[in-house]
Design a protein around this ligand. Structure first.
Ligand SMILES: [Zn+2]
Length: 353
């Protein structure tokens, strides 16, 4: 990254209202309460309501030196395993003696999904745990958990990264979302976070709800509360590949360097592919899915992505790309139900933002 840009980034960082907690003796998230120099584990206790309660694990890594607070959240979808394992590695590797500021790590939001190997939703209430923010104190388990995460994690951090990946049935190539809030200064910082993370495909995410009471997504909930946020995705179809886990771990450490929370230089991706929109393809029929392209392939408009047959082998649907772009993910399994996602095509932006 050119020196002048880095200087502008540093200036933008300085002018954001960052909560420096250095003077407080304790920093508490849920039941985890850490003094400077400590790494403490605890839980976000989601109380029972109209359905059972749950305990979401949380770790606070409190640096010995003052600095901002960064939240790292994964496992909203509990079978996006690579992202969960990346945060587990960071829990092990982050050394409070090296850190300036505080890191809040929530490795596994959707415990029931992980334990029961159920993709996409919380099996307790059948809701996605990344669609009900800012949550509700008197809602179902997903809504109560989202409410608690908003209060305990989003409100207490200065920056946030949400970790995802391809779920059990998704073959995904890695990418990041740059969350655009409309506040130019904040969005500049979030963009630098996305570049510092280093994934080479970045979605310009400008169309998420701006209504504070219905932000739906975690990244957007943080962004609309003034916290620069990015979402990152790596891993696919239940695998925990070293390459994917390392992309996520190294990217996080690079963002921490960019935010001056760790010593050393951040590594910024120089020429990412900017994605301006997503064209999604879903199946109008139930049957057996046969893919014809792989994750990461560039496809032209109209190109066949795959087809669905009935259980006797007769083709009943051909899926074509609605636009030219990159296959960000494609269905990884033969099971295909009416309405299921077949593929997401990332439409490449004409020029870098
Ligand atoms: Zn996810």
């Amino acid at each position: 990254m050119p020196r002048i840009l880095r200087l502008l980034f540093a200036l933008a960082l300085c002018s954001l209202p960052v909560l420096v907690h250095a003077q407080e003796s304790r920093f508490t998230v849920g039941t985890a309460s850490a003094k400077p120099g400590e790494k403490v584990t605890g839980y976000l206790d989601v109380p029972a309501g109209i359905d059972p309660g749950t305990q979401i694990p949380v770790v606070v890594v409190r640096g010995t030196k003052p600095g901002p607070t960064l939240a790292l959240v994964s496992g909203a979808h509990g079978t996006e395993y690579a992202s969960i394992i990346a945060i587990e590695k960071l829990i092990h590797d982050l050394d409070p003696a090296q850190v300036s500021g505080t890191v809040i790590l929530v490795p596994l939001v959707n415990l029931a999904s992980f334990e029961q190997k159920v993709p996409h939703v919380n099996p307790v209430d059948k809701k996605s745990m990344n669609r009900f923010y800012p949550g509700k104190a008197d809602g179902t388990q997903t809504e109560r958990a989202s409410y608690l995460i908003t209060k305990e994690v989003v409100d207490k951090c200065d920056y946030l990264i949400d970790f995802h990946g391809g779920d059990l049935d998704e073959s995904l190539r890695p990418y990041a979302y740059w969350v655009v809030s409309g506040n130019a200064k904040q969005d500049g910082v979030a963009k630098e976070m996305a570049l510092a993370f280093g994934l080479d495909h970045i979605i310009i995410s400008a169309d998420r709800p701006k209504d504070l009471s219905a932000t739906r997504y975690l990244d957007n909930t943080a962004a609309m509360r003034g916290k620069p946020a990015v979402t990152v995705e790596a891993g696919f179809a239940g695998t925990v590949e070293t390459d994917d886990v390392e992309l996520l771990e190294r990217g996080t450490l690079s963002v921490m360097r960019a935010l001056k929370m760790l010593p050393g230089e951040a590594r910024f991706v120089e020429h990412p592919v900017w994605i301006q929109s997503i064209a999604d393809v879903s199946s109008p029929v139930t049957g057996i899915f046969y893919p014809l392209v792989k994750r990461g392939t560039f496809v032209g408009e109209g190109m066949e992505l795959g087809y669905v047959t009935d259980y006797f082998g007769k083709t009943i649907f051909e899926a074509h790309a609605p636009a030219a772009g990159v296959v960000l993910h494609i269905c990884a399994v033969p099971t295909m139900n009416k309405g299921d996602n077949i593929a997401n095509i990332g439409v490449v932006a004409a020029k870098a933002p």
